[in-house]
Design a protein around this ligand. Structure first.
Ligand code: HPA
Length: 278
């Protein structure tokens, strides 16, 4: 399967998904960079769906792992959990990157909660801490609403003055603290990647008001807000950004920090799901 996604195609995908999986009342979408193990009283992991069975475009496997969507159910309610997102730097088109968000939105999801790994742009944000995102800088040179997509599913010029929901942010802080994280608030600077930033770029991003830098999430956030969903983004600070410490940055370092925090992140998401989707 490798065909160009269109808004009508997206609607058909949602109709077929509804028919096949009977999701009932879809409460929200959780997006995680890697697999997310959740434990939430009342919710049960019901199905794991391969994304290449849902979407018509070519999906690369990541280091041998299939990307999946897990449906968590509680009675007639469903939570969709995306295990492994699509990135622009992998070569996906913006409409492909946000296809899971649009699917959730078309099925009625009211909330999107996304996590990601970032580099800290300021010394106050230490590696291993959690940053509740308050705003973003879209420096990816792409927007999922370009072209026909901006006229479908929402307003062509959606307001972005309050992207990150205040109530969700207030719920996130105690959940992150209870899970054992040091918590900060900050601005997410989105770069295309996949090369890490240069020290000059890191100085630029800091001068622009960025707190953390990453290569994901902003397309999904824009599409979710376009469809009227409430958005929460939690950025794990995996490393000090380039130039802040005197050593080269590696993907291994980012992955290792993430693995160290995986149990805490699972706890945080479990607490949050329990408190948000009452
Ligand atoms: N830069 C960009 N993306 C990242 C980083 C970084 O330093 N760390 C984790 N994701």
């Amino acid at each position: 399967m490798n065909s160009r996604l269109t808004p009508d195609g997206m609607r058909r995908i949602a109709d077929e998904f509804r028919e096949r999986y009977q999701p009932g009342r879809v409460r929200g979408l959780l997006v995680a960079g890697s697999g997310l193990s959740l434990e939430v009283p009342g919710w049960e992991s019901a199905e794991e769906i391969y994304l290449n069975e849902v979407f018509p475009f070519n999906i690369h496997t990541l280091m041998g792992h299939q990307q999946t969507l897990t449906l968590w159910r509680r009675g007639d309610e469903t939570l969709m959990v995306l295990n492994g997102r699509f990135h622009l730097y992998q070569g996906y088109r913006p409409e492909e990157v946000v296809a899971p968000v649009r699917l959730a939105g078309l099925l009625g999801a009211e909330v999107m909660i996304a996590t990601n790994a970032t580099g800290a742009l300021v010394p106050e944000i230490e590696a291993g801490s959690m940053v509740i995102i308050t705003d973003h800088l879209n420096l990816q040179g792409a927007n999922p609403l370009v072209g026909e997509w901006g006229r479908e599913f929402g307003p062509q010029f959606p307001d972005m003055s309050e992207v990150y929901d205040g109530e969700l942010r207030r719920a996130a802080r105690p959940a992150a603290e209870d899970a054992g994280f040091t918590v900060h608030e900050g601005v997410y600077a989105a770069m295309l990647g996949p090369s890490f930033e240069t020290p000059a770029e890191v100085r630029m991003l800091r001068a622009l008001g960025g707190s953390v830098v990453g290569m994901s999430t902003v397309p999904e956030v824009i599409a979710a807000r376009h469809m009227g969903m409430k958005v929460l983004v939690l950025s794990f600070a995996a490393n000090p950004a380039a130039g802040l410490v005197d050593r080269p940055l590696t993907h291994t370092e980012v992955l290792e920090e993430g693995e160290k925090a995986a149990a805490k992140l699972a706890k945080l998401m479990g607490l949050l799901v329990g408190r948000v989707f009452i």
